[in-house]
Design a protein. Structure first.
Ligand code: OFO
Length: 189
C-alpha cells in the first residue's frame, strides 16, 4: 500500500520524519556515537578472544557461538559508522583495549559476556538520553533498534549462563550444551 507523505516529510528507517529534523549531528553526539563504534568493535574483540579460549578447550560449539557473536558486533559497529557518515558527521576511531584472554571456566566466560552486554546496554541508554536531550530524532530512531537488540543480547547470554549453572561439573551435560550452541545460526540482517 502506498503511503502519502506531506511535502515536508520523508521516510528514514521506516519512520516518517519531518524535513528539517535531519540536521547535522552535534559535536557532543558525534563524539558519543564514535565512542559507541569503538565499544561495539571492542565487543567483537572480546567475543573473538572468548572464541579463541573455547577453541583451545575443544568446545567447538561454544567457539562457534562466540564467533557469530563477534561478527554481529562488527555489524553493530558498522550500523553506527554508516549512520554518522549519513548524518554528515566524521567517524574517528579510537584504540581498542586488550580483551581478557583466560577464563576460569565456560561459565566464567559466559558470565563475563553477560556483564559486558549489561555494560553495553547502559551505554546505549546513555546515548539515547543524550539524543533525547538534543532533540535529535533520527539518532533516537536509529538507537531504538539497538535498545531492542540489547534485550536479545542480554537474554541469550543469560540463558547460556543459567544452562551452564545447571550443567555444573557434568561433562556429558557440557558436551550436549556445546553441541546445542554449535547450532546457532547467523542473523539475517
Ligand atoms: Fe552490540 O551488542 Fe553486544 O555488545
Amino acid at each position: 500500500m502506498e503511503t502519502l507523505l506531506s511535502p515536508d516529510s520523508f521516510v528514514y528507517n521506516n519512520v516518517i520524519l519531518v524535513k528539517g529534523a535531519m540536521t547535522m549531528l552535534s559535536k557532543r553526539l558525534e563524539k558519543a556515537l564514535n565512542d559507541q563504534i569503538v565499544r561495539e568493535l571492542e565487543s567483537a574483540y572480546v567475543y573473538l578472544s572468548m572464541c579463541a579460549y573455547f577453541e583451545a578447550q575443544n568446545l567447538r560449539g561454544m567457539a562457534h557461538w562466540m564467533r557469530l557473536q563477534a561478527q554481529e558486533e562488527l555489524k553493530h559497529a558498522m550500523k553506527i559508522f554508516d549512520f554518522v557518515n549519513d548524518r554528515g558527521g566524521r567517524v574517528e576511531l579510537g584504540p581498542i583495549a586488550k580483551p581478557p584472554v583466560e577464563f576460569k571456566s565456560p561459565l566464567d566466560a559466559f558470565q563475563k559476556a553477560l556483564a559486558h552486554e549489561q555494560k553495553i546496554t547502559q551505554s546505549i541508554h546513555d546515548l539515547y538520553d543524550l539524543a533525547d536531550d538534543e532533540d535529535d530524532y533520527p539518532t533516537e530512531v536509529m538507537l531504538q533498534w539497538f535498545i531492542e537488540e540489547q534485550v536479545e543480547e542480554e537474554k541469550s547470554a543469560s540463558e547460556v549462563v543459567e544452562q551452564l549453572k545447571l550443567v555444573g561439573e557434568n561433562g556429558a551435560g557440557l558436551m550436549i550444551l556445546d553441541q546445542k550452541l554449535g547450532q546457532r545460526e547467523a542473523e539475517s540482517s
